[in-house]
Design a protein. Structure first.
Lengths: 205, 655
């Protein structure tokens, strides 16, 4: 299931089937679900690809399913299929983090293009998620002292200054530095700064 | 409210008291005058009786004196012929006794005082008084001899209950006294002999001696003496005697009795009358006071009412209004009382209706359960009132008019109207929502197969572009066909839904349907003040569904009413005309509304087209479809005088 798949959730079998045909004609792998419940049963945070979701469905409708997925931390990009009257609802969903919505009647190839865009977006997200995961693992191997030294290196301070601030010997700072570079698999302070930049400013490292 | 306040009770009371005293004064004067008169007449009467008494007593005294004096003279004339023999003396005595003057015995004494002759001779042995000194009295004898004049002795008792006295008359012959003739009087006999019967009838006459001792009396035992009598000295004949007369209680004269009794009775009657009158007046005052209080109570009650009260006499003239009614119509009572219809407070637009109901009430045919009317205030504001009329029965049980009570129900009516409008809006909104819901549901139903078709076809195109084999493409196209059929089924279902209500055609009178439609819009017509003229000449039979026709007519009429929202009141008119020609019935409905713009005219019958903010755009579309269903036509044109005319053309039923 880790390969990128387009999940189609629609209560109308004809529409499901037609969408699957459409995606298959553009070589996009897809899987159909006849109701929100069925999809929720298999949904995990590991899913990749995208989700084509009909807004109007009996029992759990599209918006509700979207909310539940977010609660499950499933970050699959969602494209809503809406009828004429459902537009405001879809706009709200978009604000809440949906990938896109497309109004019936739709241009089918445009829909496929959106699906492809969503898959690519999800792939990027997955890759970034992988990098960040690795970085966090590397950061986790640093000792408390090494963390303190690394923060000062990133702030562009010289070894001498760092030694003064931490009240340790200059030589010790140099040892810490080489350990940090080794653990983070970088060769210079500039490279370290670039790697950690992926995490973003808000990340606490 | 500005009724003259009655003077304070105390003041009224004192005034009536003053009147009361004033009216009593003559009465008091009258009674005291009568009493004075009676007293005076009584006194005069008494005086007169007293005078009579005195003169009678004096007369009696004179009479007695005369008898005594005559007897003296006769005794003085006694001579020898008489004294010589007892026989002669007896005849002389009998002569004297014959005068009946109370003389009872004669004695002849010689100069020595010896009894020579006596008649009657019998002497009672137990004589009292001077008899003790010998009879006759020596003292008187000597006195008479020495004086040579007649001398009376004092009275002395004779037997137990009688008194007598003597008269000694010296008889002289040739200048020498030869003897003394003694006459003995008995007092009882004096009274019995010399007092005449008429005097004895009137008085009790007695002779009183020394120290007031009654020596003898002549009296009727039965009668009572009433007042003090009169006493006159009877001295010269006797010693210390007095004549006393006491009048008997004489019956008063009848006339005077009648007069005084009448006066007293009359005075009593006047007094009783007066008392009765006073009691009557007092009772009347009490009743009056009660009445006044009752009146004040009722007036306060009427004034505090919120319900307007208005009384009319049998001619319809207003005879009474209460303050609430004045407030209601904004006119003072003075401007209302005495008015005849049409009343100043009748609403101008409803004069005929009001007059009709007014006449019905006066004819005794008014609605018992009350009725609603429109009145106007002085300001011209029209108000709704609920009126109940009841016959006015006066104190004699006569039906004298009608009493009406009025309640202002304007606010209630307005509230009802607002509620109704609100209800209308709600219903219309609900209809819109329902319709939107239905349209949305239909759209979804159709969207699904259409979306599927589109997707299948796009897939087929994509595959063909990539030079895929036909066998790979065909299933997609088959499925697309299947979805197209599905869409067709949806459309057919909607159709059948729309045609679900089957037309029930029957023979019907078109004008009756017009009436029915008019009754549906009656409330709106009244509210907006629109006039409707009807020209439904002949009954026209058509074949059709009564409910659908009614609905169509209702839609057109309601459009007409709404189009006149901004038309002046007096211009608001809907004229409905029904005619027939060439086997067709032509119904014309003309209004004076805002008319139809040229740009709108083309789309007027399109479904969902509307010029009204709350409209659905279905009304005229339905009308047109109903008319076409009935093999008729619905057209419209501008009204030359402004507004729109709708023509409905329907084939008449084949007879």
């Amino acid at each position: 299931m880790n390969s990128a798949t387009t999940h189609i959730v629609d209560d109308d079998p004809a529409v499901r089937d037609a969408l699957q045909w459409l995606l298959r004609s553009r070589a996009v792998p897809s899987q159909t679900w006849e109701s929100a419940e069925r999809f929720l049963a298999v949904a995990t945070r590991d899913l990749s690809g995208c989700l084509l979701l009909d807004v109007r469905m009996p029992a759990i409708n599209g918006i509700e399913l979207f909310d539940r997925l977010r609660a499950l931390h499933c970050r699959l990009p969602v494209i809503f299929l809406t009828g004429h009257g459902d537009v405001p609802m879809a706009v709200q969903a978009l604000k809440d983090g949906a990938f896109d919505f497309i109004e019936k009647p739709y241009d089918d190839n445009a829909l496929v293009d959106k699906v492809l865009a969503a898959i690519e977006h999800d792939a990027k997200r997955c890759a970034r998620d992988g990098t960040i995961l690795m970085l966090r693992q590397k950061l986790a191997t640093l000792t408390q002292r090494e963390h303190e030294v690394m923060q000062r290196i990133l702030a562009g301070k010289l070894n001498k200054v760092i030694a003064d601030e931490l009240n340790i010997a200059m030589r010790t700072v140099e040892v810490h530095r080489s350990h940090i570079f080794e653990k983070m698999q970088v060769r210079s302070a500039v490279e370290l700064s670039q790697v950690l930049g992926v995490l973003g400013d808000a990340q606490d490292y | 409210m500005k009724s003259p306040t009655p003077p304070p009770f105390a003041e009224r009371f004192s005034r009536s008291r003053w009147l009361w005293i004033l009216s009593r004064l003559p009465f008091i004067l009258f009674v005291s005058g009568v009493a004075l008169l009676l007293w005076m007449s009584d006194r005069a009467d008494r005086e007169e009786r007293r005078t009579t008494l005195i003169s009678d007593v004096l007369w009696l005294e004179q009479n007695l004196r005369f008898h005594l004096t005559r007897n003296e003279e006769l005794l003085g004339r006694i001579d020898l012929a008489h004294t010589a023999s007892a026989k002669g003396f007896e005849s002389f005595a009998r002569t004297l006794f014959g005068f009946e003057s109370g003389l009872r015995q004669l004695i002849w004494l010689d100069v020595e005082g010896n009894i020579r002759q006596a008649h009657p001779t019998t002497m009672d042995p137990d004589l009292a008084g001077e008899a003790a000194a010998g009879l006759p009295s020596r003292q008187s004898f000597r006195l008479a001899q020495s004086l040579g004049k007649p001398v009376y002795s004092s009275a002395y008792p004779f037997f137990t209950d009688d008194w007598q006295f003597e008269v000694h008359v010296p008889v002289s012959r040739e200048g020498r006294i030869v003897g003394v003739a003694v006459g003995i009087y008995r007092i009882r006999d004096i009274l019995g002999d010399s007092v005449p019967w008429w005097l004895a009838e009137r008085y009790r006459i007695s002779i009183i001696g020394d120290a007031g001792k009654v020596l003898g009396a002549r009296s009727k035992i039965a009668s009572e003496v009433t007042e003090e009598g009169y006493q006159v000295s009877f001295d010269p004949p006797g010693w210390g005697l007095a004549l006393h007369a006491v009048p008997y209680h004489a019956p008063r004269p009848l006339a005077s009795m009648v007069l005084s009794t009448t006066l007293v009775v009359l005075a009593m009657m006047v007094l009783w009358n007066f008392w009765a009158l006073r009691r009557h007046v007092l009772r009347r005052q009490a009743v009056e006071e009660q009445l006044r209080q009752e009146h004040a109570f009722r007036k306060a009650m009427e004034d505090s009412l919120d319900t307007g009260m208005r009384a009319r006499n049998l001619d319809g003239e207003i005879i009474y209004v209460n303050p609430a009614f004045c407030r209601m119509v904004g006119l003072p009572a003075t401007e209302l009382i005495g008015r005849r219809p049409p009343m100043p407070y009748w609403a101008d637009d409803y004069l005929d209706e009001t007059q009709t109901i007014h006449d019905r009430v006066l004819a005794g045919d008014g609605p018992v359960e009350g009725f609603e009317l429109k009145f106007k205030r002085r300001t011209g504001e029209v108000i709704d009132v609920l009126i109940h009329e009841a016959p006015l029965i006066d104190a004699h049980g006569q039906h004298s008019g009608w009493m009406g009570s009025m309640v202002d129900i304007t606010e209630r009516k307005q509230a009802e109207e607002r509620a109704r409008q609100q209800q209308d809006r709600l219903q219309s909104t609900a209809r819109l929502v329902a319709m939107g819901e239905m349209a949305s549901s239909i759209a979804h139903e159709l969207n699904q197969p259409l979306a599927a078709i589109s997707s299948y076809c796009t897939a087929a195109v994509n595959l063909l572009r990539n030079r895929a084999p036909a066998t790979e493409v065909l299933p997609a196209l088959d499925k697309a066909v299947e979805q197209a059929r599905r869409a067709g089924r949806v459309v057919r279902r909607i159709y059948s839904l729309a045609r679900r209500s089957e037309n029930r055609f029957e023979l019907l009178h078109l004008e009756e349907r017009v009436d029915a439609a008019l009754s549906l819009i009656e409330a709106d017509v009244r509210r907006t003040g629109i006039r409707i003229t009807l020209d439904l000449r002949a009954p026209i039979l058509v074949e059709g569904d009564p409910v659908l026709l009614e609905q169509a007519l209702f839609n057109i009429l309601r459009n007409a009413i709404e189009s006149m929202r901004n038309t002046a009141f007096d211009q608001r008119l809907i004229s409905i005309k029904l005619a027939c020609a060439d086997g067709y019935a032509l119904l014309t409905i003309a209004d004076r509304g805002c008319g139809i713009d040229a740009g709108v005219a083309d789309k007027l019958f399109d479904p969902l087209f509307t010029t009204k903010p709350e409209g659905m755009g279905m009304g005229l579309a339905i009308c047109r479809s109903v008319m076409e269903n009935h093999r008729g036509r619905l057209t419209f044109e501008g009204n030359p005088g402004g507004g729109t005319v709708f023509h409905i053309l329907l084939p008449m039923a084949q007879q």
